[in-house]
Write a protein that binds this ligand. Structure first.
Ligand code: ADP
Ligand code: ASP
Ligand code: MG
Length: 471
């Protein structure tokens, strides 16, 4: 049993969908027990979210424009792919009904003048609900049996509407009850990625890029032999090919390497995709829809490694918040009070670096969180700041993290020095550095403007181009 997930570019227009359908048909002919997960058409989720925000700000034109774009993109695809007139008419009527629902929701948001997370989740999940019925019809048009399934019926989540977490037991029961009879009947379920619902049936979404996570969740629920993520590149690469044109596809990664890369910005996989697969050891492969004979990347429990850096990522839009002063040195409890003050802000801390002199602790957080994190620290240390034990809390905006990832880095001395050397040779300044306790990752903080260059220089210095070992 397999789960195949297709991303936004793989269903971006009729031509791409034809390619996707041929991969599905080939797969289904060799193993009919195949479940398909689809994203929205490329760019549609952005369009929906922007229209919803514009409606909340009183701009109704955006949702009218979005309505036109939604109708024409989905009609064009359906008309190109489905020739049976009854099937096509039903499909187009479904698209129109869904788009009317979108308009009604945007109107409600405009009247209220407010967009709640709950409202945003309903609107942003509509792209998958528009796409999956078209993909199902396109597969049927090739003579296979396929049925659209709304993941709101399968994935039971908490009520953190815009970035919901699955309840795995309830999801397993619901997914098996709905999908196994279809599979037993040799009907391919074509499931919406990204969306879920609370136990009360209120729609939720799994966070941006969450269709990969849907595939991981369903793979675990169905005890799949493999989860395949079909996208627009040859697998997980040594760096984002948009930054490093000679980046190379990696044949194997471990779950933790893949999770680390995804967490530090490699968009090719949602960071949580691996979580449901780990316990059962389900392999996740990352394949190119537009180069289907290429084996891509296999993510497994234990991967081969060559004792060095495997891949580089960059995560943008960050701030560095630093607490510094001689009062930090050797005073018991300062570090724990610092961590507690930051935790109390509920911010997503991406990296912590503690200077070895113990005179400073710095945190890297998303720019949007930096203001309240520094305010929280200032309040917590108001006394020490008054007594000049702590100089103060500084907030440096516009930084990026460049992360070098690879389990082979563990126990290989001198890697941090080589990273510094690669950057120093080009006069790039490293603001802070941290090594994860797993030692599968070294993270460097740099000025935002230096991020892409740093990735290119390190990629070259470590000879990462052309490291693909044949699968
Ligand atoms: P999909 O729509 O198929 O989910 P995404 O756009 O979410 O695709 O992810 C694929 C993109 O991720 C690629 O086009 C590539 O630009 C980007 N990317 C970033 N880092 C990496 C990396 N290390 N390896 C491969 N792709 C990466
Ligand atoms: N369509 C959703 C997004 O753009 C989910 C996904 O594509 O994975 O975030
Ligand atoms: Mg994606």
């Amino acid at each position: 049993m397999l789960v195949l997930k297709f991303g936004g570019t793989s269903v971006g227009d009729a031509k791409a969908i034809r390619q996707t359908v041929s991969i599905i048909c080939n797969q289904a002919r060799s193993d009919p027990a195949t479940t398909v997960v689809t994203s929205a058409m490329h760019g549609v989720t952005d369009l929906l979210i922007e229209a919803a925000h514009a409606a909340a700000a009183g701009d109704r034109q955006r949702s009218r424009d979005a309505r036109q774009a939604l109708i024409s993109r989905h009609h064009d695809a359906a008309e190109a792919l489905v020739s049976d007139l009854d099937d096509l008419n039903l499909l187009l009527a479904g698209v129109d009904e869904r788009v009317r629902e979108f308009e009604r929701l945007c109107m409600a948001v405009a009247i209220l003048g407010e967009l709640t997370d709950r409202g945003l989740a309903v609107i942003s999940g509509m792209g998958e609900r528009l796409m999956a019925p078209i993909l199902a019809a396109a597969v049927r048009a090739q003579g296979l049996s396929a049925e659209f399934v709304d993941a709101g019926e399968l994935i039971v989540t908490d009520d953190n509407y815009a970035s919901a977490g699955p309840q795995m037991e309830a999801t397993r029961d619901a997914a098996r009850a709905r999908l196994l009879p279809l599979l037993a009947n040799h009907t391919l379920p074509i499931v919406t990625g990204f969306v879920g619902a609370t136990p009360q049936g209120v729609p939720t979404v799994l966070g941006r890029g969450g269709s990969d996570y849907t595939a991981g969740i369903l793979g675990a629920a169905l005890d799949a032999a493999e989860v395949q993520i079909w996208t627009d590149v040859d697998g997980v690469m040594t760096a984002d090919p948009r930054i490093v044109p000679d980046a190379c596809s990696l044949s194997e990664l471990s779950y933790s390497e893949a999770a680390e890369l995804a967490y530090f910005g490699a968009k090719v996989l949602h960071p949580k995709t691996m979580l449901p697969a780990i316990d059962q050891g389900i392999p996740i492969s990352v394949r190119n829809t537009f180069n289907p004979s290429f084996p891509g990347t296999k993510v497994v429990g234990r991967a081969r490694n060559g004792g060095t850096v495997k891949a580089l990522t960059v995560i943008r839009g960050l701030s560095l918040v630093t607490v510094a002063g001689r009062g930090m040195m050797g005073v018991p409890g300062i570090a724990s009070r610092t961590f507690a003050a930051v935790a109390a802000q509920g911010a997503n801390v991406l990296m912590i670096s503690h200077a070895s002199s113990e005179q400073s602790i710095c945190f890297v957080v998303p720019e949007a969180d930096a203001g309240h994190v520094s305010a929280g620290l200032q309040e917590a240390f108001a006394g020490e700041i008054r007594r000049r034990l702590i100089d103060g809390v500084t907030n440096e905006r516009g930084v990026v993290i460049v992360a070098a990832v690879g389990e082979g880095m563990r126990g290989t001395p001198g890697l941090a020095a080589r990273l510094f050397g690669a950057l120093g040779d080009h006069n790039l300044n490293v603001i802070a550095i941290a090594q994860g306790s797993s030692e599968a990752n070294i993270s460097l903080v740099l000025d935002a403007g230096d991020g892409d260059d740093a990735v290119r220089y390190i990629h070259a210095a470590f000879g990462l181009a052309g490291t693909q070992t044949p699968a």
